[in-house]
Design a binder for this molecule. Sequence first.
Ligand SMILES: O=P(O)(O)OC[C@H]1O[C@H](OP(=O)(O)OP(=O)(O)O)[C@H](O)[C@@H]1O
Ligand SMILES: Nc1nc2[nH]cnc2c(=O)[nH]1
Length: 218
Amino acid sequence: MIRHKRLSVVTLPNHVVWFARNIKHLAQGPDPMTQVTTQTPAQPNYVIDEMISAKSIAARIEDLAKIIQTEFQDTNKLIVVGLLRGSFVFIADLVRELDLPVEVDFLEASSYGDGMESSREVRILKDLRGQIEGRDVLVVEDIVDTGHTLHQVIDMLNTRKPSKLKSIALLDKPTRREVDMKADWTGFVIPDEFVVGYGIDYAQRNRNLPYIGKVRFT
Ligand SMILES: O=P(O)(O)OC[C@H]1O[C@H](OP(=O)(O)OP(=O)(O)O)[C@H](O)[C@@H]1O
Ligand SMILES: Nc1nc2[nH]cnc2c(=O)[nH]1
């Protein structure tokens, strides 16, 4: 932890600084003021402890938007592809920070169903409406965990020959990786916790939380 703190002051990018600053808080456990208690008939009881505040997310998205704008500054059209359903909040906030000619499209990929374990089999449930051949494309993902979803989606989109294909993920859990995959840009590196909120669900619930929280069974 000391090593993280020292590094964060000198060189680390914002999302790593966030992780270093919060690792103590994460280890200490929940703040009772930010817990949500949840129960559904099919699920065990759980509470959600806030991990990343809405304010931190907004600030990080502003930074990421500047980087993306620089990367695509010469584009005549950037096709921003949201991976449904988890990225719907992130993409909505991100595109509104982009001062670029943008087209929004969606692809629905699913590998978790209602559970907490990846099936490793990524199903494309809804394809893009538009063509991407010869276009600049940015894939927007909520979280990279095992990496199977982003890996398979990027492989599939590359076969359509975009002129430039980049990806961004709000969250990254590198310790869970099963395939060699990393988004070009990441909002926050997080520890191995099952997270919800800001578009991300547990069995389709909690997507409407304005912050990212971790699920804790009670
Ligand atoms: O890196 P991975 O292990 O593949 O996990 C990441 C994927 O898992 C979740 O999708 P999910 O299948 O739950 O669908 P959803 O977006 O509709 O919630 C999440 O939205 C990512 O797309
Ligand atoms: N809801 C949710 N879906 C995931 N898919 C991969 N990792 C996660 C996670 O931490 N939470």
